[in-house]
Design a protein around this ligand. Structure first.
Ligand code: BV8
Length: 265
C-alpha cells in the first residue's frame, strides 16, 4: 500500500553484526562532516552557491586570499551561512550521537566527536564536541592582532541571499585589522590542540564512526585512518561512497538522520 511505501526506509537495514558491534563498543570516536547537517537543511560545502557568490566556488571563497581581495563579499557569505544555521535545528542524527555519548558516559565509556563542520548543531543537540577541526562559524577574531571578538547573531535568515555585501567590522583593540570568521580557510593550519585531541581519540577508540564526509579535505580526513593501527572497527554512514570507503569495515549506505537512531537504539 502507499503507507508501506512511504514508511519504506531509504537505506538498507543495518546488519545485525553491525548493531552488535555498536552495542559492544565502549570507546567510540566519531568523525563528522557536512553530511550530518544536511538533513537539518544546511547545504553541504559544495552547495552554498547562490546570490552574490553564485559565481564563486566555496573552495575559492574559503581562503585568506579571497578575504584579502574582497573582505565584504567573504564576510557577507559567512554571515549569510551563520543566519541559515541559526534558523535550522539539529536532526535525529545529531540527537542520536548526543544520546549515545550520554549513555556511554553513564556506563563508564566515552564517545568523542571530532567534526569538520563549522556549525554548532552537535552542541545544540546536547553533545559535547572534542574538536572543531575547521573552526566555528560563530567565532570571530581580528585578522591582524587575533583578538577574539563576539559579533551579534546574524541578521540574515539564510533563505534570501543578501543583495548587498556588508563590510566586516574593524578591530576595536588594534584598530588596524578587519574582523574575520574563526574558521580554518584552505591553506591555513588546523588548530593543533584540536587535531591532536582528535588523533588521540581515534587511536584510543574501539569503534570509529565516519559520518557524512566525502573524506576529501586533508589533513582532517586522515584522522579516522589512525584506527587502522590497532584493528579498530571502522564504520561509515553515508548515502554515497567516499575517499574513505575502502578503509571501512562496514559501509551503511543511507542518511545519517535515519541510520544513526537505529544504530544507537
Ligand atoms: C592545510 C571551513 C597546510 C571553512 C573547511 C592537494 C591534495 C591534497 C590536499 C591539498 C591539495 N591542495 C591543497 C591541499 C590542502 C587542502 C585540501 O585538503 N584540499 C582538498 C580540497 C584537495 N587542505 C587545507 O588547505 C587545510 N590546511 O592543509 O594547511 C598548512 C600546514 C601548516 C601550516 C600552514 C598551512 C585546511 C582545510 C580546511 C578548509 N576549511 N571548512 C568553511 O566552512 O567555509 S573544509 C570544508 O570542506 C568543510 O568543512 C568540509 O570539511 C569540507 C568538505 O565539505 P563538503 O563536501 O560539504 O562536506 P563533505 O566533504 O563532508 O561532503 C558531504 C558528504 O556528506 C558527502 O560525502 C555526502 O555524500 C554526504 N551526505 C550528504 N547527505 C548526507 C550525507 N551523509 C550522511 N547523511 C546525509 N543525509
Amino acid at each position: 500500500t502507499v503507507e508501506d511505501m512511504s514508511a519504506q526506509s531509504e537505506a538498507p537495514p543495518i546488519p545485525e553484526e553491525v548493531l552488535a558491534l555498536a552495542r559492544a563498543a565502549r570507546r567510540v570516536a566519531v568523525f563528522s562532516g557536512a553530511g550530518i547537517s544536511a538533513e537539518s537543511g544546511v547545504p553541504t560545502f559544495r552547495e552554498v552557491q547562490t546570490g552574490l557568490w553564485e559565481r564563486f566556488s566555496a573552495q575559492d571563497l574559503a581562503t585568506p586570499e579571497a578575504f584579502e581581495s574582497d573582505p565584504a563579499l567573504v564576510h557577507t557569505w559567512y554571515r549569510w551561512r551563520a543566519g541559515l544555521i541559526q534558523q535550522v535545528a539539529p536532526n535525529p542524527g545529531h540527537r542520536a550521537l548526543a544520546q549515545w555519548q550520554q549513555t556511554l558516559r553513564e556506563a563508564g565509556g566515552s564517545l568523542s566527536i571530532a567534526t569538520q563542520n563549522v556549525d554548532d548543531l552537535h552542541e545544540r543537540a546536547g553533545a559535547e564536541v572534542l574538536a572543531h577541526l575547521h573552526g566555528s562559524i560563530t567565532a570571530y577574531r581580528c585578522a591582524d592582532c587575533e583578538a577574539p571578538v563576539e559579533l551579534p547573531g546574524s541578521r540574515y535568515d539564510g533563505a534570501t541571499a543578501p543583495r548587498e555585501p556588508e563590510d566586516p567590522p574593524l578591530c576595536q583593540i588594534c584598530e588596524e585589522g578587519l574582523i574575520r570568521p574563526g574558521v580554518v580557510w584552505f591553506g591555513e593550519a588546523l588548530p593543533m590542540a584540536a587535531f591532536d585531541a582528535a588523533a588521540d581519540a581515534m587511536r584510543a577508540a574501539d569503534l570509529i564512526l565516519v559520518v557524512g564526509t566525502s573524506g576529501l579535505v586533508q589533513p582532517a580526513a586522515s584522522l579516522p585512518l589512525l584506527g587502522m593501527e590497532r584493528g579498530t572497527v571502522l564504520i561509515e554512514v553515508n548515502p554515497e561512497p567516499t575517499e574513505l570507503s575502502d578503509a571501512m569495515h562496514h559501509r551503511l549506505r543511507g542518511p545519517a538522520g535515519e541510520l544513526l537512531p537505529v544504530l544507537v537504539e
